[in-house]
Design a protein around this ligand. Sequence first.
Ligand SMILES: [Fe+2]
Ligand SMILES: [Fe+2]
Length: 160
Amino acid sequence: MRRDHRLHFLSWDHRKTLYECFVLSKYLENFNDEEVLFKKAFFLNLYDSELIPHFRAEEEILLPLMLNHLDSENTLITKLLVQHVTIHHFIQKLKNENSVHNIRLVLKELSKFLTEHIRFEERILFETIQNLLNDDELNQIDYELKMRYEGKYDSPSCST
Ligand SMILES: [Fe+2]
Ligand SMILES: [Fe+2]
């Protein structure tokens, strides 16, 4: 199903992170030590500047609206939360790791997990949200995301 335009900002974030994970999966093996350390810093920065606000938007906007229709124990909700915590865990490991060999391993795990997480959200979670939520609820998502994202995607090539 086509992605509802009111979820576009989150899907654009997904595309950006998926690309970075793809680059890692393809080139990490060939990176020298300096490049591995650069990628560690890059992913820690991506986490602070992009992933944290993105996770918060999903947890604070999407999930509460889903509870209008689903039980809070629903597996979609628990799966999303558990996966977010797992990503926080990988980031902690990455922060604490100083050996290039181990940083390489954590980056590999993190990029694989992030890719699976985004696939789950795009293929299952967002599909469910588009089908489950009514128009007013989807408009609320749109409004709240625009408030949070401000000018992030204000460019001619990013029209909703
Ligand atoms: Fe997420
Ligand atoms: Fe997401």
